[in-house]
Ligand binder design. Sequence first.
Ligand code: ZN
Ligand code: ZN
Length: 389
Amino acid sequence: MRALCWTGRNSVDVENVPDPKILNGRDAIVKISSTAICGSDLHLYDGYVPTMRKGDVLGHEFMGEIVDVGKEVRNLKVGDRVVVPFPIACGNCTPCQNELYSLCENSNPNARLAEKMWGHSPCGIFGYSHLTGGYAGGQAEYARVPFADVGPLKIEGDWTDEQVLFLSDIFPTGYMGAELCEIQPGDVIAVWGCGPVGQFAIRSAFLLGAERVIAIDRFPERLKMAADGGAETVDYEAVDSIPETLKELTGGRGPDAAIDCVGLEAHFPGPLYAYDRVKQAMRQETERPFALREAIMSVRNGGIVSIMGVYGGLVDKFPIGAVVNRALTLKSGQCHVQRYIRPLMERIEKGEIDPSFVVTHTLGLDDAPKAYELFKHKHDDCIKVVLKP
Ligand SMILES: [Zn+2]
Ligand SMILES: [Zn+2]
């Protein structure tokens, strides 16, 4: 089959690789009809995530048709149309029983590697380095889906791929980011980053009852999409200080909660940017955490900072004093997609949201290397790319 392979830093190629096969009774093979490039794929592309190997197949947002099932998968059959969650989860372990699917204890065969880096291991993830299992991803013609009796959502009705594909990651991820904010009536939520996850965090904050959402970014097309979703927008390059601006917009108190949808490759127009960029380049710091620092400094006393952007390692100049002295709560996690996928499908069915709004570009799988460049550099106002194998 054809698949998009990581071939080195800033380099991917569509190559011929062996077709995936059923290895376990709970596997399914999916013939992929649509797959998307995610902001977190860019961290792999840019070489910030260790343990990538030449030839690894990328992609963790995909959907398609079941073409083969293992004998223990009784809820799916050949021909079913499914969306596949990005975390691989067994459904049986203690975290899975508590709906903490991204912490599944049975899906990361390289748990020891992850324990060295993070103390304990999270779940396995499709196409997301050997730290999370080295599973082949879904930017390909076919993918093997382990624990297929637990994860995939069967799609019935004539929804387009673009309306349901993002249930695999960015819609639930944005939704969980908003849910972690414990939104009360009247709340003001600030969202850093208006990429695809930020867009879903904004809309989810409103679905969960936020009165106002303030969205922060620098790209006009992303700010426009945020405004279309009902957010007030701030271009961080047009103001002196985000915390001051947010104070002004909230009667001096600061937003009730903040959602960081930026993560480790943040941009920032000031001297600290160079400091973090240099430390990151020298591998003394793995992240450039501007958005997170600003979120902590901006949120009101007693507020919540919800971290959905990707971080992989260490940060410095972390304002822990603000967290402690102002009684802030930090919450985070890779999304427990399996917990949200059905309730969010119901919201789509009720017409509360149509996730296809986020798609700006559709390309064939063979054009994936071009699509990565387009997406990375946000050329042609690119916000989200869907690939068609
Ligand atoms: Zn993703
Ligand atoms: Zn599990």
